[in-house]
Design a protein around this ligand. Sequence first.
Ligand SMILES: Nc1ncnc2c1ncn2[C@@H]1O[C@H](COP(=O)(O)OP(=O)(O)OP(=O)(O)O)[C@@H](O)[C@H]1O
Ligand SMILES: Nc1ncnc2c1ncn2[C@@H]1O[C@H](COP(=O)(O)OP(=O)(O)OP(=O)(O)O)[C@@H](O)[C@H]1O
Ligand SMILES: [Mg+2]
Ligand SMILES: [Mg+2]
Lengths: 256, 256
Amino acid sequence: TSTIYAFANQKGGVGKTTTAVNIGAFLAWQGRRVLLIDLDAQGNATASVGVDRFTLAASTYDMFMGGATLREILTSTALAQLTLAPSVSMLAGAEVELASVSEREFILRNALAPLRDEFDHILIDCPPSLGILTVNALSAADFVIVPVQCEYLALEGLAQLMQTISLVRENLNPRLELFGLVMTMFDPRARLGAQVIQEVRAHFPNEIFETYIPRNVRVAEAPSFGEPLVKFDIHSRGAEAYEKLTNEFLMREARV
Amino acid sequence: TSTIYAFANQKGGVGKTTTAVNIGAFLAWQGRRVLLIDLDAQGNATASVGVDRFTLAASTYDMFMGGATLREILTSTALAQLTLAPSVSMLAGAEVELASVSEREFILRNALAPLRDEFDHILIDCPPSLGILTVNALSAADFVIVPVQCEYLALEGLAQLMQTISLVRENLNPRLELFGLVMTMFDPRARLGAQVIQEVRAHFPNEIFETYIPRNVRVAEAPSFGEPLVKFDIHSRGAEAYEKLTNEFLMREARV
Ligand SMILES: Nc1ncnc2c1ncn2[C@@H]1O[C@H](COP(=O)(O)OP(=O)(O)OP(=O)(O)O)[C@@H](O)[C@H]1O
Ligand SMILES: Nc1ncnc2c1ncn2[C@@H]1O[C@H](COP(=O)(O)OP(=O)(O)OP(=O)(O)O)[C@@H](O)[C@H]1O
Ligand SMILES: [Mg+2]
Ligand SMILES: [Mg+2]
């Protein structure tokens, strides 16, 4: 059966989508069967793997509203083994539309149950909030991966995120664990990056992935071509870091 | 009476907080009376002006829940003329806690009414979502300022943001207008930045501020000292750009 990972951090722009997409793509490139689920109304993960949101028949919005099963919304992507559950902007209304639905925290977990044996890895890209969509991801997941931008403001929200993870573990999903923190957009020339890493390491001594992702303009360019780095520019510094991170991910997975 | 500005964009990490804080600080530095309202549970605006969230008696959370008036939560900051309405992490629960409250879209607008004559400018920093807190900001505001990061993924959400602004104007706040788009984290060396600006200009020919904010590490360092750029490093490229942007802001304000 597959392992499910939620990529979560309520701080915006820290690399959740970029990390979920590129770990997913390198896993698929190595021949593993990967399902990428886009839970963000912005649809950045959908765009990053070359799927056009404006021509979709159905999306994760329909799954949450009960209009389609998860299997019915799956679509292929730029990579053979990478399957996507796409999102559309309507998802922005889910918080309010689900407010009075019972068991709303478990919609995704229940939708995933029949599909778990068809994939090796299931990766969920979360929006920048701790609302109902992120709670659904945390309720369905085995593990949480937290991308942390190497900037001061990204530190502020980590305590709150850990609190939320604990609350979900106590009330909704007892098996949920922190898989690790990924330091992103690291600029070795600036003092700030090293200071932030030191601060994070003080609070999470054993949970930081050894591979840091450098700031690299090719990473930011790839989504405009609808391609993950493994297809867009496999020799870029960004691609090399994400390949190394994916191998570290597999080693950690083998140990748990 | 004061003019009210909402700094909104559901895309995360595009510079909403940095732009609200630094325009606010340069206005205050020029002697104008400025109120900065932090509507993000992460409290980045609060931290950026040197206020300790963990010692606050009350915050915007208490205002939304009816436990305090806006006047009661105001606090001074690192700059004489800059007053803050601080936020705390409890604000993350507002979406659900307000779901069944009538007139919940107007809580902030009604709270601001008695204070409008005490400030020249009121600036509201929004979280990275289009939920009830951002809707409160848009319902209270005269104008919306949209920071747009010079990256491809930041383009995806602009259409949805404009749709939301139109919906608020039609249903909640007939006077709401787009004041302008601020291009942030511009890197003149990378092709991507110029391409994104060209794309934005194609859709918003007259609404882009002429001043682009460059990517500048001093901008990212300032919040760790709890100081806006005008105090932290007024001679940095980031500070010069925000001073120029503030003067452009004042010229535009004089014209409307
Ligand atoms: N290592 C990197 N180097 C350069 N740019 C990067 C890197 N990682 C991400 N980016 C860019 O930074 C921006 C933010 O990244 P991304 O959208 O993945 O963050 P996010 O956490 O998913 O954002 P949101 O909170 O809006 O969902 C994007 O424009 C992305 O292309
Ligand atoms: N011009 C700039 N140059 C360098 N770094 C910048 C610049 N503007 C903002 N930053 C940094 O980029 C990160 C994102 O900026 P900021 O937090 O202001 O965005 P935001 O839109 O408010 O994010 P969120 O969506 O989480 O509220 C922060 O770490 C900030 O310090
Ligand atoms: Mg994202
Ligand atoms: Mg912010």
